[in-house]
Design a binder for this molecule. Sequence first.
Ligand SMILES: NC(=O)c1ccc[n+]([C@@H]2O[C@H](COP(=O)([O-])OP(=O)(O)OC[C@H]3O[C@@H](n4cnc5c(N)ncnc54)[C@H](O)[C@@H]3O)[C@@H](O)[C@H]2O)c1
Ligand SMILES: O=C(O)[C@H](O)COP(=O)(O)O
Length: 524
Amino acid sequence: MFHVYVADSISADGLAPLLEAENVRVYRKGQDTDFSYDKIDALLVRSATMVDEELLSRLPNLKVIARAGVGVDNIDVSAATKKGVVVINAPDGNTISTAEHTFAMISSLVRHIPQANINVKGANWDRKKFVGTELFGKTLGIVGFGRIGSEIAKRAKAFQMKVAVYDPFLTESRAEKLDVASLSLDEVLSTADIITVHTPLTKETRGLLNSRNMSLLKNGVFLVNCARGGIIDEDALLENLNTGHVAGAALDVFEVEPPTKTELIQHQNVIATPHLGASTKEAQYNVAYQVSKDVLTFLNGQSVTTSINLPTIPKEILNKIRPFFQLGKKIGSLLSQVSNSPVDEITATYAGKITEWETSIITKSVIAGFLKDRVDQTVNEVNAASIAKDRGINYGEKHRNESDGYSNLMEVRAKGKQVDLTVRATYIEGYGARIVHMNGFDIDYAPSGHLLYVQHHDRPGVIGQLGNIFGKHETNIATMHVGRMLQGGKAIMMLSVDKPIEKDLLDEILLIPDISSALTLELP
Ligand SMILES: NC(=O)c1ccc[n+]([C@@H]2O[C@H](COP(=O)([O-])OP(=O)(O)OC[C@H]3O[C@@H](n4cnc5c(N)ncnc54)[C@H](O)[C@@H]3O)[C@@H](O)[C@H]2O)c1
Ligand SMILES: O=C(O)[C@H](O)COP(=O)(O)O
């Protein structure tokens, strides 16, 4: 049974996939109290809950954090990553609602609708006080031209506005396709009549509009922030509102929520909403349904494509690489068990069809498999890189053309001062994963279950003696594969058996004169 804790107010209809799943129990904050933090497998939040190191330390069993929305600035993603916790979000479920809210804010701002509404409700009729500005023909500056920014541009076009955009990641072809002028930030600031920001909040975008560059703004400009508090510096904004350089501001988000800067909120030319961009029935259903389905998929052992801290791989490709991903874990574990001295470098080399796909996640699975039994914490492809770094293990990957006749080939080399191990493997559709090479020996075996790895001399009778010992200990040999370089030279053997190999059996095998080493291996 999986335990899911819903920490913020999330649409109950959208939670249906989790609520209806037989292997999941959902606990909602304030409603269900019969749960313990140490059992929670998945945590669902919006922007209210701060998922910091302290909260993470109270959730030792946590596997996934789901943000029912876009912004993950309330989640310490790097702390989650270190703990091997996957972070997912619902990137497009609230795009339309937020774009519509932004446009409602722009219209309200330039026509003073909120102020006029209060005026009329106060039994006044001050028509002269609320003379507005038309949108027609004006330039809308959009800073951050992703999902929401581009939806706003479409709406601005319908109002016959010109659109000037700043986004360092915007390609020329996309700007052309959406018929917007792609400019520098300073150019947007100095030409637009209304400016709206739609970037995530990052260290680069905090204070993106600040006291320095606000001097470039046109006199009488309107500013809008429905993205994240802090992208427009609030102190600089207040100063420019007070001088009248900025004619008005529409704010849905604040540096601190609820906002504490009363002078800014109370300013007669500021209109404000309490972080309502995504607050529609439709958006809330969309984001809740999207993350519920993804959390369920993830808990049931399948991969998801909306992860923040894993490479984003399309589902069809993910299905194709899944066998290699599993094989990567096995190879990592095999190398870890075979190497008896420290490894400080792991290199995965890919050849064949597999090089057409994203291989970085497979390399991370190799590292996770290698580290799994060596560290006292959860290791998976999310935190494998940071754990490897902490342990001084460098890793890398290469692609090469020659695949030794296999349609796909994976080679992993683990090197240290006293160790240099190489394993090659392939995956054959309908047949499964095979290790085809180990440390200079060609071989062919399935890497799973209870195995015995033997290094010996290729002499008559070795296999017979070994078989007798297994028979005496009533341990059935399921498969046996032998590899040698030269007749009568060094050779290796890989046996798979039906149950774990006991110590006294192993000790007897080691007494066979032509066997130089024998190592039991357990693979997933
Ligand atoms: N008010 C709300 O309720 C609400 C709702 C949804 C999203 N949001 C906020 O809006 C943000 C944008 O959402 P989205 O879905 O459009 O995200 P998105 O990822 O599709 O778009 C963000 C864009 O910002 C651009 N960008 C990144 N760094 C930049 C920089 N330094 N300068 C200029 N552009 C930069 C990116 O290239 C990208 O195109 C979210 O991160 C979230 O914080 C707020
Ligand atoms: O990033 C988001 O998705 C929005 O800011 C919405 O936040 P909310 O889920 O708290 O409304």
